[in-house]
Each structure stands twice: as C-alpha cells, then as structure tokens.
Ligand binder design. Sequence first.
Ligand SMILES: Nc1ncnc2c1ncn2[C@@H]1O[C@H](COP(=O)(O)OP(=O)(O)OP(=O)(O)O)[C@@H](O)[C@H]1O
Length: 223
Amino acid sequence: MRVLEANHINKYFHDPAPFQALKDVSFSVQKGEFVSITGKSGSGKSTLLYLLSTMDTDFDGSIRINGEEVHGRSNKWLADFRNRHIGFVFQSHFLLPEFTALQNVMLPGLKRAQYSRQEVESKAYGLLKLLGVDDQAVKRASLLSGGQQQRVAIARALINDPLIVMGDEPTGNLDSKNTAIVFDLFRQLATEHGQTMLIVTHDDEFAEKSDHVIHLTDGALVS
Ligand SMILES: Nc1ncnc2c1ncn2[C@@H]1O[C@H](COP(=O)(O)OP(=O)(O)OP(=O)(O)O)[C@@H](O)[C@H]1O
C-alpha cells in the first residue's frame, strides 16, 4: 500500500532572489518502508521534508498521503491531518523541560479526544518501555541525557499511531552508540510494526541500512 506519493514537486523561493529549491521531484513510499533522504548541505532535504509534512503548502505539484491530496487544503484541515497521520522527530527534540518524560509523551495523545487520560498514560508508558527509557518516566525532561531526551521525543512522535514518522536529522545530536540505538529502533518499528519512516540524514551508515534512499542533488532527485 502506498502511503505517500509525491508527483512533480517544484519549489521556488523568491527572497532575496528567485531560486528553485526543488526540481520536478517524484517518488512514492510504501507502508512499512524505512526511507532516508540524503544529499549535500543545501540540496533541498529539509525543504522537501517540510512540504511532505504539510507544514509548507506553497509548492507546485501533488502530494498524496494515505490517498488524500494535501495540496490546496485549509490550515485547519492540515493541522488535523498532521495530528492524525504524521509524527515528527527533530534534531532539537523540543521537549517541555519542566514536564516529565511521561507527560511529554502524553501531551499529543491528550489533544485527541478519543482516548481517556488513563489510556493515553498507559500507552505512553508502553512506548517509553519500547524505547528503553521507562525507568526515566517520572523524571523531568531537562534532567535527562541527550540520548534519553531523543528517545522520549521519538515516543512522543509515536503516541497517536502516525501513518508516517518524519525526522529531520533525528540522530544529529547523538553519539555513535545512541545513533545505533535509534537506528535499530526505527528499523524495528518499520519491520515489526509496519511503521513508515521518512528520515533526513547526513549519516551514510544510517542511509545505507534503509530500504530506499532519496538522494537530492541541487534540488533534483538522483536515486
Ligand atoms: N526560506 C527560504 N528562503 C530562501 N531560500 C531558502 C529558504 N529555505 C531554504 N532556502 C534555500 O533552499 C536550498 C535548500 O535548503 P534546505 O534547507 O532544504 O537544504 P538541506 O539539504 O536541508 O541543507 P542542510 O543539510 O544544510 O540542512 C538552500 O540553497 C537554501 O539556502
């Protein structure tokens, strides 16, 4: 099943001078695939992820996620769509420092009305366990190590069972040991849980182990 289809994506910036950041990019991603987006600095990786995550709607072309065209939708529709279908992990994990690890993971789940607080809490705890940081659940986020914070951020991205997890350099701040832990986890989520992963990375080893690599050169797809 195709969960994402990008067709003939062109993206222009106009300030300070007209510039085409993405050039006729087309590809599709199947459910449960682990896909890396690679390319040199400035090749358009973050720009592409921003479009795919529906945060930037100013582009030419078509992006279908879960069979639905996202181009041309209202901000409200997109916000709801993102909350239901997309989980984000960024290099800076943006945890709320005064909240515990468990509370940080629970927050996006509580925004959805369909689960009780108890259900969200039990699910959040289960995710922390899956990520090997359940022993840190009641610690404030600011007191966790970088690697632990990143794993909590991944648990938070998964709380609403997103169709796709998108990450912009999610291992960028981690040492090689924690990078390997996060990589193995992404692999496990894709293989065992059918979770689709779309990850921007500079890490060649990380990219080599993914199912597919989307490699950008000057805004164009090379492979
Ligand atoms: N808001 C903007 N206005 C103008 N140009 C932009 C804007 N955002 C990005 N660009 C340009 O688009 C190109 C692609 O940028 P992008 O951030 O997508 O690259 P990247 O591959 O993610 O780079 P890096 O690996 O360094 O993060 C760059 O030349 C950048 O300067």
